[in-house]
Ligand binder design. Structure first.
Ligand code: GAL
Length: 714
């Protein structure tokens, strides 16, 4: 065919296919900057249905925005009974998200199947939180609300009718030839006859995530004690051993807010009875009370698979799936009957005697032991749908149980998904790679979930300290000694440094608490990747890698990505070191940055090389940054307890900070019983800084005691 005719033909074809697709998706603006599109016949059960959450009222008050893409370029079509979606992608665009990834931050070009699972050492879509949501560096986001396994081609396929085809090159003569030519779309295949799609506007990428989180009620607000330190003790400890451990923390002066009991507290585990082992815990109510008197709450490990010996077995049997897990029956938690039986029992046995929360294990599922996809469930939902939503279901229903008792919880879960941001649960796993743990911490912010780089065991004192430092700059400061039985002071040679960073965690509680309040009320992730930081050089250049054409004739350089430094709250940049590292590079976004410990200027929009020594984790503060801190203590402040503040200011600019306050333990904040105080630091005529804090509001919570100001940069 003549080339002109060919182009004309392609254009006509493209025009008609676009025209058809435009009719296919019905778009509706549901909040400022949030649109919902209905394509085909979406299924009745999806991620948001499972999460069963209401959007935050704040979403309604967000800035108006235009639809961030060209609607006509978003294409939907039924493809052999499955929903095919195509969303345009520009050349200079990077993608973030697609769930809790562990090795990569940049997702452009990736091919994955989003599938709830443990992480198996490859970012192929199988993960604890396979959230079908991505954020573009251009400041918009897309969420596909489906509880199916979704195939994603994040800019890898090239269509022959592309409006923006890649340049045709000859590998023999063009040095720019690539095995991965430019793809102008994100393509997805959802095994359903229709789907709900959400598009979020920015303008900044962080605003996209805020809108996404607010759509599911905003981020969670942990109790204050949840942000203290937690030790998960050895699985076979008795009540006396647990008490002894808590006493040792106190005697040695190590902070401790809650202790996690691992499988041994139950009469049977794997599958579980949810009942106390009367040998190890003869009087659970008294035990929990005594621990509480020591200022230490109790969290219980469990999985949801019901043992034939459990007292609820017969009652729950009709509401369970066709297959078992470790011989335990699987409650179909998408049926209210199943949830009612399970959680009433937990409430009676645990919550009513003062248990503060759970670690809900194994809801992600390894294929080899969780129910298979051929399983059926009495609700009629597909096994795949139950797998994708099981983490959401256990979080939602256990959270509601605590809400009913007007007592906040903060726990752990091994699976989540879109819609789960407001559930007070932190994800963890068994893959004990420190580097992957930090990359996951970064990615958790893009996925609307929380993640802890938990400390379990270490071969050396150096590793112990390095891991411990990062967990203190994460959503949950935790040692999980379920198998190792280790304690913070296990390596005496670094015990003082461990203690110092655990104390720092406690001193920073007013900062952490306010940052979580911003997660809840504004949707801003408290821990997040550098790409969300203004002034961060968004350098999508390729990184040179040694290619081996014999083994892989299509191997190419990979896009540079930053996966070893992150933002913690509004003002802090954390640059951890891993075992064996004595020096590292830190990329500082534009603007001046200051050392957290000394207040000294460290750089401005540049890459610095640091050799920080072992004692401290490198942390940098933005110019004008304000960090409210409190005196060191072993436990979080009690409701209403007044706490003195040391308010630190860094840098040369004036600063302001919103300090959050409420009772720290109940849900009364949902009735408006909370307060924000405005902290300001301003330069005076004589060049010195002066700080002020807004007056407390009458009738509103106020726990601020004496305030002292520390201007860190002289
Ligand atoms: C694992 C879990 C560990 C620990 C262990 C207890 O599944 O990831 O953190 O709780 O079970 O058996």
């Amino acid at each position: 065919m003549h080339p002109v005719l060919r182009i004309l033909f392609i254009l006509i074809f493209a025009f008609f296919s676009q025209a058809i697709s435009a009719q296919n998706i019905e778009w509706k603006k549901i909040y400022p900057g949030v649109w919902k599109g209905i394509a085909g016949k979406p299924e009745a059960y999806d991620l948001l249905k499972a999460a069963d959450v209401r959007a935050s009222s704040i979403l309604q008050k967000m800035d108006k925005a235009d639809f961030p893409l060209n609607k006509n370029d978003i294409h939907f079509q039924l493809n052999s009974g499955k929903s095919y979606l195509r969303i345009p992608l520009e050349k200079n665009e990077q993608l973030f998200g697609f769930g809790l990834n562990f090795q990569t931050v940049h997702q452009r070009g990736k091919i994955m199947q989003l599938h709830a699972d443990h992480y198996g050492k490859s970012d192929n879509g199988r993960t604890h939180a396979p959230v079908p949501f991505y954020i573009s560096s251009l400041g918009y986001g897309v969420f596909v609300n489906s509880a199916r396994y979704i195939d994603v081609y994040a800019g890898s396929g090239v269509r022959k009718d592309s409006k923006n085809p890649p340049k045709i090159m000859d590998r023999n003569t063009d040095k720019d030839w690539s095995a991965h030519p430019y793809s102008d779309a994100v393509e997805m295949l959802i095994p359903a006859e229709g789907v709900e799609i959400y598009v979020f506007a920015g303008p900044k990428p962080v605003n996209v995530i805020e809108r996404f989180n607010l759509l599911s009620g905003g981020g969670c607000l942990p109790p204050r004690w949840g942000l203290g330190f937690t030790q998960r003790v050895h699985r076979l400890y008795t009540d006396e051993q647990v008490k002894k451990e808590a006493k040792a923390f106190e005697e040695k002066g190590f902070p401790l807010d809650f202790i996690g009991l691992e499988p041994g507290w139950q009469s049977k585990s794997y599958p579980c009875t949810f009942e106390w082992d009367k040998g190890r815990f003869p009087d659970p109510a008294r035990f929990v009370k005594e621990m509480d008197a020591m200022g230490v709450k109790i969290n219980l490990w469990t999985n949801p698979y019901v043992s034939p010996d459990a007292s609820i077995y017969t009652a729950i049997l009709p509401y369970t799936g066709s297959h078992t897990v470790w011989n335990g029956i699987v409650p179909d938690l998408s049926m209210p009957q199943a949830g009612k039986i399970l959680f009433s029992q937990w409430e009676k046995e645990h919550v009513k005697i003062g248990v503060s929360g759970y670690k809900i294990d194994e809801v992600d599922g390894y294929d080899s032991y969780v129910w298979p996809d051929v399983a059926t469930f009495p609700s009629g939902h597909a096994s795949e749908q139950i797998r994708q939503t099981y983490g959401l279901l256990v979080q939602k229903q256990s959270f509601e149980m605590f809400r009913k008792n007007n007592s906040r919880t903060y726990g752990l879960v091994r699976a989540s998904n879109a819609g789960g941001s407001s559930f007070p649960y932190v994800i963890y796993n068994d893959n004990y790679s420190h580097e992957d743990f930090i990359t996951a911490l970064i990615n958790s912010g893009y996925a609307g979930v929380l993640w802890t780089p938990e400390v379990r065991a270490s071969k050396t004192a150096e590793e112990w300290l390095r891991r411990f430092q990062t967990v203190c700059f994460s959503p949950m400061a935790m040692i999980n000694a379920w198998s190792s039985g280790m304690q913070p002071w296990t390596f005496p040679e670094v015990a003082p440094q461990i203690k110092a960073v655990a104390e720092l965690r406690m001193q920073m509680m007013p900062y952490w608490y306010s940052e979580f309040a911003k997660y809840h009320y504004k949707g801003t992730p408290p821990f997040r990747g550098m790409s969300l930081e203004e002034g961060f050089a968004s350098d999508f250049k390729k990184e040179k890698t040694a290619t081996n054409l014999e083994e892989n004739p299509y191997e190419e350089a990979i896009t540079k990505e930053v996966k070893d430094q992150y933002m913690a709250g509004e003002f802090l940049l954390v640059a951890p070191l891993f075992t064996g590292q004595t020096t590292r590079k830190v990329i500082l976004p534009k603007g001046k940055w200051f050392d957290f410990y000394t207040g000294k200027f460290v750089g401005d929009g540049q890459v610095i090389t640091i050799t920080p020594g072992l004692d401290r984790i490198p942390v940098y503060v933005k110019d004008g940054g304000i960090i409210p801190m409190m005196p060191t203590r072993l436990h979080a402040p009690k409701p209403g307890e007044k706490v003195d503040l040391e308010i630190r200011h860094y840098g040369e600019k004036n600063g302001s900070y919103a300090l959050y306050d409420d009772d720290g333990v109940t849900f009364d904040y949902e009735k408006g019983i909370f307060s924000w105080r405005e902290i300001k630091v301003e330069k005076q005529k004589n060049g010195t800084f002066k700080g002020s804090i807004s007056k407390e509001e009458a009738g509103k919570p106020n726990t601020v005691g004496k305030v002292t100001w520390r201007y860190m940069t002289n």
